[in-house]
Design a protein around this ligand. Sequence first.
Ligand SMILES: [Zn+2]
Length: 64
Amino acid sequence: MKELNCKIFGHSMTKTSAPFAQVKEYKCTCCSKEFTKDGYGEIVVLDSYWKHNNENLRASFALK
Ligand SMILES: [Zn+2]
């Protein structure tokens, strides 16, 4: 029933990325779903598209 809990009360997200990381990633402590923030600051599900996107972002930040 964890999924239902999230649907009713919303996800209980905790930040999984480093405090000052440019790429923000979150995880729900209830259903273990992962999330990230898109370019507009909106929380989106961290699917394969975003995982790939974030890896590229981290790589580009590391070069600076
Ligand atoms: Zn959840």
